[in-house]
Design a protein around this ligand. Structure first.
Ligand SMILES: O=C(O)CCC(=O)C(=O)O
Ligand SMILES: [Fe+2]
Length: 314
């Protein structure tokens, strides 16, 4: 399915009319589909290429080397997570994937630094850390612009989200879905789920397979062009907006048998706010026909609950 396409340059450097049209198109897409493809997203091609080459190199390291980067007690939030650990909420079969997660680097004097574990440095790959830091900053910048447009759509101050996402708890996740060698029993590459965070930015997954559940309850493949990133709403934003913006269910299916031999790589950026941000439904999204659908919670409390549900936190 062609998801709606928006041009971020119209928001960041367009005329007032183009900017307003962007806000309207993005908001409508998030009310109706929950996913958009974004062109002129600002992440340099060289950064994307470097991310993918380092991701492939990391996952081709021997398993015992990768396991040295699997750190107990961090709930997979930094470093490597091996096969069989994460399952979708409500599912028992683990997804057919391994992944590496990279988090915030606090570079100013913000005391929030104490909340975040250090990133795990991959000794075998000299460019890995530098590339992940620079990609992380790029996604934060694109995400900041997109959230400014969302804030305007919601009738909030344009910079409503800025202070919550500066030094926020976002995660850059490199995923490897290996070639499939035998008939999978029940698991698929990634079982249907909704993302936990505010918005997710996904650049250039290496093979098809991502599908979204349409309003008509049909699975439809997501297609986007190589110069676009796919950006979807997560549960935190759905909750904040009292279900006005949709956190659409999605999954990654196994390929047709003739493509079982191909791995799939994908690198989503899960944009999270600081853990202290309140996710209480915005008053402007509550009225008689949309009664408040969620109890108040902070982003940190909500993340903790969700990490337990998907098996990463015990
Ligand atoms: O692999 C993908 O394309 C998407 C993965 C995903 O949905 C997730 O990790 O939340
Ligand atoms: Fe997802």
């Amino acid at each position: 399915m062609a998801i709606p396409v928006v041009d971020l340059a119209e928001f960041t450097s367009g005329t007032p009319q183009q900017k307003a049209a962007f806000v309207d198109a993005l908001g409508k897409a998030y009310e109706e589909v929950g996913f958009v493809a974004v062109k002129n997203h600002g992440i340099p091609d060289a950064t994307v290429a470097g991310l993918y080459s380092n991701t492939k190199a990391f996952f081709s390291l021997p398993l015992d080397v990768k396991k040295e980067y699997e750190i107990a007690g961090l709930a997979g939030q930094r470093g490597y997570t091996s096969f069989g650990k994460e399952h979708a909420k409500g599912s028992t079969a683990p997804d057919l994937k391994e992944f590496f997660q990279f988090g915030q680097t606090v570079e100013d004097n913000d005391p929030i630094k104490a909340e975040y574990p250090d990133n795990v440095q991959v000794a075998e790959l000299p460019d890995f850390n530098r590339l992940f830091v620079s990609a992380y900053r790029g996604f934060e910048t694109s995400g900041t612009h997109l959230l400014r447009a969302i804030a305007l759509y919601l009738g909030l101050d344009e910079k409503y989200f800025d202070a919550y996402i500066h030094n926020g708890n976002s995660i850059l996740r490199a995923i490897h879905y290996p070639p499939i060698k035998e008939e999978p029993k029940s698991a698929i590459r990634a079982e249907q789920h909704e993302d936990i965070n505010l918005i997710t930015l996904l650049v250039g997954a290496s093979a098809d397979g991502l599908e979204i559940l349409s309003k008509r309850n049909e699975w439809v493949p997501v297609t986007s062009l190589p110069d676009q990133i796919v950006v979807n709403v997560g549960d935190m934003l759905q909750r904040l907006t009292n279900n006005k913006l949709k956190s659409t269910t999605h999954r990654v299916v196994n390929p047709a048998r003739e493509h079982w031999g191909s791995p799939r790589f994908s690198i989503p950026f899960f944009l999270h706010p600081k853990s202290s941000m309140s996710l209480a439904c915005l008053p402007s999204c509550i009225d008689a026909s949309h009664p408040k659908a969620y109890p108040d919670a902070t982003a940190g409390e909500y993340l903790d609950e969700r990490l337990r549900e998907i098996g990463l936190k015990k």
